[in-house]
Write a protein that binds this ligand. Structure first.
Ligand SMILES: NC(=O)c1ccc[n+]([C@@H]2O[C@H](COP(=O)([O-])OP(=O)(O)OC[C@H]3O[C@@H](n4cnc5c(N)ncnc54)[C@H](OP(=O)(O)O)[C@@H]3O)[C@@H](O)[C@H]2O)c1
Length: 328
């Protein structure tokens, strides 16, 4: 099969390349899937560098998302011919992932492709879409409903960020988008943001325990000092769904926002999201949360385009989602 293979830990260099690999080297599992489309996520780019926090062994095939057709199965749940999608779990991390013509996975990982939706749509959503859906669902669960007040999205032009902006607007929220890309403000407005912030506005001096209360809620893909600023800027009983760490993994903050404003910090983990919840969220993404202009949020690349996109996502340059066409 054709696959993007990372031969070894590469000290922040990319040594991965597209090559032919024997399918017998795929890991054990119940279901063999012929991949039609995969996608590029920030985590995949780290895996393409052989990041030791993600990749457990070499050689490695990245790709935390895949959608395609079951071609071999020992599970009665997934007969040959089923159209399925797989995101997260250990795919593209502890085991070979979707940047290949085939994946083999345990029977409890796939989700049936929703009726009337195709594999390209599934990968335009991918882990980013499931993460945005988890974040929106979590805010709703914490009482941050449309009409409660503005909801801030950081890293707004990225995969998770852009889908979060679009989804929040679709559900009826007032959306503020924070970005470092000055030339993308109009694009973000078209997605549904009514207010745009430069990302530098979210790096506030650390000496103040509380900042002016602006946001009813937030979906944060940046972490670090940005997340600390958001927590200090939430309105009373506000809530932030923390998804990412492109700005850094450490969180330096006092407990004052929690004690004086009753704010909440909730973590989002799409990789190990329980199967029943992911099935429900994929049903919603394909149904009442279906984004009919989703093609504006994604571009489809071939193997060569994928190789070029990996360094671009690592330097924060990519916009929206990048879908890999494997065998459409
Ligand atoms: N928790 C989960 O389950 C989960 C799932 C998926 C992703 N994630 C995490 O979420 C984050 C985003 O993932 P993604 O796939 O959407 O990546 P992405 O497409 O690269 O988006 C990241 C965006 O963050 C902004 N950014 C980049 N570098 C930055 C910096 N140094 N400081 C502040 N902002 C910066 C950029 O947007 P602007 O130019 O618009 O600011 C960039 O487009 C990653 O940390 C990823 O690991 C977590």
């Amino acid at each position: 099969m054709r696959a993007y293979l990372v031969p070894r830990k590469a000290d922040d260099q990319l040594y991965g390349e597209v090559c032919q690999v024997p399918t017998r080297r795929l890991p054990d599992g119940d279901v063999l899937i012929a991949v039609r489309y995969s996608s590029l996520n920030y985590k995949d780019a780290l895996a393409a560098q052989g990041h030791p926090g993600i990749v457990k062994g070499f050689p490695h095939v990245p790709g935390i998302d895949a959608a395609g057709q079951v071609v071999q199965s020992s599970s009665s749940r997934w007969p040959v011919g089923c159209e399925v999608l797989v995101t997260g779990y250990d795919l593209g991390a502890g085991r070979w992932g979707g940047w290949a013509e085939y994946i083999r996975v345990p029977a409890d990982w796939p989700v049936a492709l929703p009726t009337d939706r195709d594999a390209q749509w599934a990968m335009a959503m991918g882990t980013a879409g499931l993460t945005a859906a988890l974040a929106v669902d979590s805010l709703i669960h914490e009482g941050i409903q449309p009409g409660t007040g503005p909801v801030l999205v950081t890293g707004a032009t990225g995969g998770v960020g852009a889908l979060a902006v679009r989804l929040l607007a679709h559900v009826g929220y007032e959306v503020a988008a924070s970005t470092g890309k000055k030339d993308r403000h109009d694009w973000l407005k078209r997605l549904g943001a009514s207010q745009i912030l430069d990302r530098n506005e979210l790096v506030a001096p650390k000496d103040k325990a509380l900042l002016s209360a602006r946001w009813a809620g937030a979906i944060d893909t940046v972490g670090g000092s940005t997340l600390a600023t958001i927590l200090r800027s939430l309105r009373p009983s506000g809530c932030v769904a923390a998804c990412g760490l492109v700005g850094g993994p450490n969180l330096e903050i006092s407990v004052y926002p929690f004690l004086l404003r009753g704010v909440k910090l909730i973590g989002i983990d799409s990789a190990w999201c329980p199967h029943a919840r992911r099935v429900e969220l994929w049903r919603r993404l394909a149904g009442e949360w279906y984004l009919d202009n989703w093609t504006e949020l994604c571009r489809v690349v071939d193997w060569e385009g994928l190789v070029q996109a990996v360094p671009a996502i690592l330097s924060g340059q990519l916009v929206g989602r990048t879908v890999l066409s494997v065998a459409p």
